[in-house]
Design a protein around this ligand. Structure first.
Ligand SMILES: *[C@@H]1O[C@H](CO)[C@@H](O)[C@H](O)[C@H]1NC(C)=O
Ligand SMILES: *[C@@H]1O[C@H](CO)[C@@H](O)[C@H](O)[C@H]1NC(C)=O
Ligand SMILES: *[C@@H]1O[C@H](CO)[C@@H](O)[C@H](O)[C@H]1NC(C)=O
Length: 402
């Protein structure tokens, strides 16, 4: 070979090798990745506020080992118009938090809308201790700061699951005033007065690095006179105006009660209930329901019973928006996915915004159209009726802070 030919030959080899590398790169990209890069340019704007469907801020919290459940729950309640904050408490590892972040990033629509965050610096959550409220208030502050569009805050744990699609939830709450707070409450403390409010407890999670339990002081304190205590379910759906009042408000009531309940047992069952009911501006915004389906043992234990397939019918007809609690990969979750959410494994719950192919192998939500449109499903009537019933007797005694 002449020098020139050798040179040409080398050039050809180099070109061929780089072509091969190029090919392997292309096939390494999944088709959904490709769809994502195209979609980003054509993503429709998200509209919030009056005249548009309500949006939700979800705080999903779990402990070590919960990352798969949190991810499944996220996919089940996902909608591009909402905002999500995921939290694995201090008992989980850095690696697990990272893994959850990678799972979240792997979903093209979540990448495109950038509306899911994982808390990087976790909070301690002591069983029955006030660190629960500290973690939740922090989540509220983050969500208020990063997203000005949401209307309601929803508190979920890794063992919860939705009973309706986000299109349904948004559709039903479209006709509800956005300052309403769905919070189960009563001032009838009963045995809780002696066992929850009067004992003085300390949550060492506030100042110790290791996992601990609350401890009791020997002294008890009298019932407060400056405010009235309300108690109820720790599972809440709270309005943006009320949470702004709690976090940014000029009135000192939310702070005073926070300091008082720092030393109460299970402060998450009294804090928001007492703040909402003791403030003149918010006491007429309560709906006495937590919108959850739970089954209690008789006599009730600390947590509701684990739900399974034999609970499905009652649960689906209950008119609740969420249910708890479930074991990991419990078969009834597959029934909910299949019958109610129409969700396939590792995919988000479809809504009107999904305009991908109708073929079974293609994820309908790998392409998106107008995300501000809703397509109510079959469950919408059941939830609608139950919310209607709740709102009908807004003026009744049970809804007012009594
Ligand atoms: C919110 O969720 C957390 C985590 O699941 C839970 O511990 C707490 O009781 C819930 N409610 C409140 C008011 O913090
Ligand atoms: C609550 O009462 C205030 C003052 O009376 C009123 O301005 C507000 O509209 C009421 N809110 C609701 C949700 O009824
Ligand atoms: C479901 O749970 C109930 C109550 O915990 C239990 O009695 C029943 O045997 C369970 N059913 C199945 C199918 O696991």
């Amino acid at each position: 070979m002449g020098a020139e030919k050798k040179w040409l030959y080398a050039l050809f080899c180099a070109a061929f090798v780089s072509f091969l590398i190029f090919l392997s790169c292309i096939s390494g990209f999944s088709s959904s990745y490709y769809a994502f890069s195209l979609q980003r340019r054509f993503a429709t704007p998200v509209n919030h506020g009056p005249g548009h469907p309500p949006a939700f801020a979800y705080y999903i919290s779990g402990g070590g080992g919960d990352s798969d459940r949190i991810f499944r729950l996220l996919l089940a309640v996902y909608h591009p118009r909402n905002r999500y904050l995921l939290h694995i408490g201090t008992d989980g590892s850095e690696e697990e938090r990272w893994k959850l972040g990678m799972l979240v990033k792997s979903v093209p629509v979540i990448q495109a809308f950038g509306n899911v965050d994982v808390v990087g610096k976790p909070d301690p959550v002591t069983y029955m201790g006030s660190t629960n409220i500290a973690a939740m208030l922090r989540a509220v502050s983050i969500l208020l700061k990063v997203d000005g569009g949401w209307d309601w805050f929803v508190n979920l744990s890794a063992s919860d699951y939705p009973l309706i699609t986000q299109d349904d939830l948004s559709h039903v709450l479209l006709s509800v005033s956005r300052d309403m707070n769905f919070i189960d409450h009563t001032s009838d403390l009963g045995w809780k007065e002696g066992q929850r409010v009067k004992p003085i407890v300390v949550d060492p999670g506030l100042y110790l690095a290791r996992k601990t339990q609350i401890f009791y002081a020997t002294e008890k304190r009298p019932m407060p006179e400056a405010f009235k205590i309300f108690t109820g379910s720790p599972w809440v759906v709270l309005s943006r105006p009320f949470l702004e009042f709690c976090v940014f408000g000029w009135d000192n009531l939310p702070r005073t009660l926070l300091m008082y309940f720092t030393n109460a047992v299970l402060s998450q069952e009294v804090y928001f209930h007492s703040v909402v009911c003791n403030s003149p501006e918010f006491k007429n915004t309560t709906v006495n329901s937590d919108m959850r389906y739970m089954v209690w043992d008789n006599p009730p234990k600390m947590e509701p019973l684990f739900l399974n397939t034999s609970d499905y019918d009652l649960m689906a007809q209950s008119g609740a928006a969420f249910a708890r609690q479930f074991n990991k990969d419990e078969a009834v979750l597959d029934m909910i996915d299949q019958n109610i959410l129409k969700r396939s494994q590792n995919r988000v719950t479809p809504g009107a915004w999904c305009i991908g192919g109708k073929n079974w192998w293609m994820d309908p939500c790998s392409r998106w159209g107008d995300v501000n449109m809703l397509k109510p499903g079959p469950q919408v009537k059941i939830l609608g009726d139950s919310v209607q019933r709740l709102l009908q007797d807004l003026s009744s005694e049970s809804n007012q802070c009594r």
